[in-house]
Design a protein around this ligand. Structure first.
Ligand SMILES: [Zn+2]
Length: 178
């Protein structure tokens, strides 16, 4: 899974374009170990509310859902662990009649720009490491502690200019993913 584009909207929502390298393998049905390990690492995910067509809990839904949908919930979870926030919402959409197969649009609320960028990057690393069974290479506690510090240092730092002075910020993910 790769975040190929990050767009900031309206001061509290970010849109990500996410691509699955193998468009036939985008569901957790093809990678059941991802949700299984993810819920072990982030047990609070089981408390997430999730509106899905089946009316399932997020945990049940996670067994047969799009991997970018897990990614969406994980970005929200990481932000919440690093900083107490109001309720953050997200959404995962795709339309492969228009977009190439395997492309997803993930929308996530945020409060702190620096924090959400860090959370996106960490969530992407976690999902990919789970997929390749190399999660031990990431010290999640330490990474979240770093994000907590970033959130503290940068909170209230950004002075929002008036809307007309604020162009949509366009960050290419290549600058963020190492
Ligand atoms: Zn959901």
């Amino acid at each position: 899974m790769k975040v190929v584009e990050i767009l900031f909207y309206d001061g509290n929502r970010v849109k990500l374009v996410v691509e699955m390298p193998d468009p036939t393998r985008y569901s957790t049905e093809h990678a059941p170990h991802i949700p299984r390990l993810l819920f072990k690492l982030f047990p609070h995910l089981a408390k997430h509310r999730c509106d899905n067509d089946n009316g399932y809990t997020f945990k049940k839904e996670s067994r047969a859902t799009e991997i970018p949908h897990l990614f969406e919930h994980l970005i929200i979870e990481i932000q919440g662990q690093a900083k107490k926030a109001r309720i953050l919402r997200g959404e995962t959409q795709w339309n492969w009649r228009i977009d190439p197969r395997g492309r997803f649009h993930v929308y996530v609320d945020y409060e702190n720009e620096m924090l959400v960028l860090g959370a996106i990057r960490l969530a992407e690393r976690v999902i990919n490491a789970l997929d390749s069974r190399q999660i031990d290479s990431i010290d999640i506690k330490r990474e979240i502690e770093k994000l907590r510090q970033i959130a503290q240092l940068t909170d209230g730092y950004t002075v929002s200019p008036s809307p007309q002075d604020q162009p949509v910020k366009h960050v290419h993910a290549a600058n963020l993913v190492h």
